[in-house]
Ligand binder design. Structure first.
Ligand code: ATP
Length: 370
């Protein structure tokens, strides 16, 4: 393994006692300092995968390597990895200082000194009160709550409590921070604020973040790399742009953003049929192959009826703030269009598609060639 990968999951499977396989053939490489997000619907195995990285669950098969060393069976407290949970798991009877300092009081450091015989000796010592105070104060500064040491947990808002949970998780300088839906309990406004704060913290700390969410917008906003999962399996790994612009499976196209998805055939070289017309596409799949055709609503260009490759009748128009969502009936198909221009219900309109706005996936294998 190259040293640039801080963590690597190789052929990981997790089967629970009831024989249920929650994670299947999971392979992932994470670079030092990356912000990686596991994204997928409820029950797809995100938390189970995170728990195996943390050491709370042991893989049934496969290996987890940290800087090239197999840590699959190492207990959680021996891994340089901390976790922030959705429910903050703070100690309500301790003040903020003691909540954050809790782990540090148990921590030891190696101290080297010369003994009476002049020999160099190393021994383990607890951190001094001053060292602990300095580390807590620095952690509070990072989460933007300087001077909160003496406050009681019960006086904090949800967002502040989550920041304390993050301060506690970063205070002993882990190599990897795992975050399991950390913003799930916050209202939308606070979530958005905390997303930006977490991104800033990630940049400042320079440590690797592995983040779990089922919120696609959150994943696309925050991550360097997104791992889209369904049913215990990886559907696609890529940058937010790759995941959005080049979905590799119908599942990804459907789960991330909105998509028009149809079944069709390759009717020529780089040519696919869609709503009864032939369209040029970039995908070179065998002529005659049954395919799923994926078109993002914003890639459908609305034109005058005579200028469109296909036509349709407007069924409904919904104002969405930045754009209109226009639903059009075209033959037996429904086409969803996202446009900054509005249209009138009952009007006939034309529609055009550019080749790079059409994604084609082989229907039987659910595998595309981009
Ligand atoms: P959510 O977004 O709802 O938290 P998730 O993607 O994190 O979901 P997991 O919590 O990893 O999903 O669960 C994956 C599957 O494994 C689920 O079907 C769950 O019921 C099952 N599962 C999790 N833990 C256990 C367990 N200890 N024993 C048996 N099945 C389990």
């Amino acid at each position: 393994m190259s040293v640039e990968h801080i963590i690597e999951l190789k052929g990981i499977k997790k089967r629970f006692e009831d024989n249920f396989e929650a994670v299947k053939d999971f392979d992932l490489q994470v670079k030092k300092g990356e912000f990686v997000t596991f994204l997928g619907p409820s029950g797809c195995g995100k938390t189970t995968t995170l728990r195996m990285i943390a050491g709370f669950d042991i893989p049934t098969e496969g290996q987890i390597l940290l800087n090239g060393e197999d840590i699959s069976k190492l207990p959680p407290n021996k891994r340089p990895i901390n976790t922030v949970f959705q429910r903050y798991a703070l100690f309500p009877h301790l003040n903020i200082f003691d909540n954050i300092a809790f782990g540090l009081k148990l921590k030891t450091k190696n101290v080297t000194y010369k003994n009476a015989a002049g020999e160099t000796v190393t021994r383990q010592e607890k951190l001094t009160k001053e060292e602990i105070r300095a580390k807590v104060s620095r952690a509070l500064e990072i989460v933007d709550l300087e001077g909160f040491e003496k406050r009681s947990i019960s006086t904090l808002s949800g967002g502040q409590q989550q920041r304390i949970a993050i301060a506690r998780a970063i205070v002993n300088e882990p190599e990897i921070l795992l975050l399991d839906e950390p913003l799930g309990a916050l209202d939308l406004k606070m979530r958005k604020e905390m997303q930006l704060e977490l991104m800033a913290m990630h940049k400042e700390l320079g440590i690797t973040f592995i983040y779990v969410t089922h919120d696609q917008e959150e994943a696309l906003t925050m991550s360097d790399k997104v791992v889209v999962m369904s049913d215990g399996k990886i559907q696609q790994i890529g940058t937010p742009e790759e995941i959005y612009n080049e979905p590799h499976t119908v599942f990804v196209a459907d789960f991330i953003g909105e998509s028009n998805i149809y079944t069709g055939h390759m009717c020529g070289i780089r040519e696919v049929d869609f709503c009864g017309a032939k369209f040029a596409c970039l995908d070179d799949l065998p002529v005659g192959a049954k395919v799923d055709v994926i078109v993002r609503p914003e890639d459908v260009i609305m034109t005058a009826p005579e200028d469109g490759t296909i036509t349709g009748v407007v069924q409904s128009v919904i104002f969405k703030g930045m754009h209109y969502e226009i639903i059009v009936e075209s033959g037996d198909n429904e086409v969803v269009i996202q446009s900054t221009r509005s249209a009138k219900e009952g009007d006939t309109i034309g529609m055009c598609l550019e080749p790079d706005g059409i994604h084609v996936i082989l229907a039987d294998t659910n595998q595309n060639i981009f």
